[in-house]
Design a protein around this ligand. Structure first.
Ligand SMILES: [Zn+2]
Length: 143
């Protein structure tokens, strides 16, 4: 099984990210992906999130990886000194932004932000070597 992220970038620079298991979304156009999203179109814009550090409007507020309860904030005032955040802010504000650059920028920013929270991106785990079970331990059928 393979798992990647499929990113959908809208003209205003906002974007969605969807899990793409075994390439199941590879054949969908951006328009089709947009329709797949939870139907939040009729709602008003969600209230702007404010930076927990300086109180300014956040450029981006995103849940951290896994279910560890960390919310990642991208704040122009607080984060511009960090390289991945700065690159992401620049991309976000650029009307000629290249959607193909998003996954790399986002994941760099995610890594940088989570690192600041004390997390490190795990290396790919090595598959532990498991020797074949000795024949003497194979359960025997009854009967
Ligand atoms: Zn801030």
């Amino acid at each position: 099984m393979s798992f990647t992220w499929r990113y959908l970038v809208r003209p205003d620079g906002s974007f969605s990210r969807m899990g793409n298991i075994d390439g199941s979304l590879d054949n969908l156009s951006d328009e089709e992906l947009d329709r797949l999203r939870p139907d939040d179109r009729d709602d008003d814009e969600p209230p702007a999130r404010l930076c927990s550090r300086c109180g300014a409007d956040l450029l981006l507020h995103w849940h951290g990886p896994l279910t560890i309860g960390v919310w990642m904030e991208l704040c122009v005032a607080c984060d511009a000194h960090r390289p991945a955040a700065r690159a992401f802010i620049r991309w976000h504000r650029d009307p000629d932004r290249d959607p193909a650059a998003l996954p790399h920028l986002f994941e760099d920013w995610e890594t940088e932000t989570m690192h600041a929270h004390g997390w490190a991106r795990a290396q790919e785990p090595e598959v532990p070597f498991s020797p074949p079970a000795p024949p003497g331990l194979t359960p025997r059928g009854r009967g």
